[in-house]
Design a binder for this molecule. Structure first.
Ligand SMILES: [Zn+2]
Length: 390
């Protein structure tokens, strides 16, 4: 099977051990399918250039986005891209007929034909993106259906206006697909009231001077300009044991949330910070990505393309995202047992570089002028040596 970025088990793990309760959840993140035209102002940016933005990040529950995300996953159109939990829950509740599968197959054909991200397979030794996410992962043309859905005011308008992105045959396919399953997704959406409450609470957290300052520091760290504001959409995740997050349509963050969690259990603000870091990282110019990658590979020559995002991109998203956000915005360290990462390599690397990351953010030191790449690479090399001595 061809390895794809989105198949990486990018999981946050929250483990809270106390006398009263213990639980773990995973947030699969960074399923880089998205879009948005990144007319990105690349190149270096000064702290002053990055101080001109509104830090307010709106969060909402959108029926149109929830419809898209739910049925996209239920359809099972791409193993490793969709989460099988959606189909399992759907089958448990509603069953799955041959006619259902026929509609899923038609939808799958449309999705494979119209979703196109050339960055899904890359050689870290030669790709201009190296160990980092590619801007094409967030380009507008990459996922036209997601790009359309995040701007729809309601499901009726979305289904009515599919002709804006699809030809007549594809409109029939998509409209027929959504209408065929309508009774069931309407029933699911009727239960989603908690998600609006989650969105209101999260939006109240995602604004203010400290957040603005933090976002500027992240942009300075990666040497890019802030190029616009983000939006957050809550959608329903079918299990109450974990959640997941992803970026779609560029600066649109999807938080797949169980409806029976308490808001506080989600740690959604730190997850938003993590996803934003991925997006900002993708804005680095190719020269910088290649240079940082070459520095890394010089210290950890055994690194391979299958590990591409787990070596540096993800540990940075954890350390700059969750750790940096916690320190800079919440004013407290990220607790050792809190929301770090479920993948051991990523978790260990993130914890190892966290102190240096905080120092770089605090002092405005760009990644290119820091030793963070070498620090992560030395750990990569040490892990490789441990693995070789098993
Ligand atoms: Zn991530």
């Amino acid at each position: 099977m061809v390895w794809r970025e989105r198949t990486i088990p990018l999981a946050f793990c929250l483990v809270t051990n106390s006398a009263s309760f213990a639980f773990m959840y995973q947030v699969l993140s960074f399923l880089v399918r998205t879009l948005l035209i990144c007319t990105i102002g690349l190149g270096s940016a000064t702290q002053a250039e990055n101080d001109q933005q509104d830090a307010h990040i709106p969060a909402n529950y959108s029926e149109a986005v929830d419809l898209f995300i739910t049925l996209d996953n239920v359809s099972g159109w791409w193993d490793g891209f969709v989460d099988p939990a959606y189909r399992s829950d759907w089958e448990r509740r509603f069953g799955w007929t041959a006619e259902d599968q026929a509609w899923a197959d038609r939808y799958s054909e449309y999705r494979h034909r119209t979703y196109a991200d050339p960055s899904q397979t890359m050689d870290i030794a030669s790709s201009p993106h190296g160990l980092f996410s590619a801007r094409t992962a967030y380009a507008g043309e990459t996922d036209p259906l997601a790009t359309f859905m995040v701007d729809q005011p309601n499901v009726e308008t979305a289904i009515e206006n599919l002709g804006e992105i699809a030809n007549a045959d594809d409109v029939n396919t998509l409209r027929g697909f959504y209408i065929h399953f309508e009774d069931h997704w309407r029933q699911i959406q009727s239960e989603n009231g908690a998600l609006s409450s989650f969105a209101d609470k999260l939006e109240a957290q995602l604004s203010g001077e400290k957040l603005d300052d933090y976002l500027s520091k992240v942009s300075t760290f990666y040497g890019v300009k802030r190029d616009g504001n983000f939006r957050v959409f809550f959608t329903r995740f079918p299990l109450n044991t974990r959640s997941r997050a992803e970026i779609v349509a560029g600066r649109n963050l999807i938080l797949h949330a169980p409806i029976d969690w308490k808001f506080e259990d989600g740690e959604w603000d730190t997850i938003v910070a993590h996803e934003i870091v991925h997006y900002v990282s993708s804005l680095q110019n190719d020269e910088q990505k290649r240079s940082l990658t070459d520095r890394f590979l010089a210290r950890c020559p055994t690194a391979n393309s299958r590990q591409r995002l787990s070596l540096l991109e993800e540990p940075l998203a954890v350390a700059v995202g969750q750790v940096g956000y916690s320190e800079q915005v919440l004013g407290k360290p990220l607790e050792p047992l809190s929301n770090w990462y479920g993948n051991p390599r990523i978790d260990i690397t993130a914890r190892s570089i966290a102190k240096s990351i905080l120092n770089a953010l605090k002092k405005g030191i760009p990644i290119a002028k820091s030793s963070l790449v070498e620090e992560a690479a030395l750990l990569c090399d040490a892990i490789a040596k441990i693995e070789n001595h098993r």
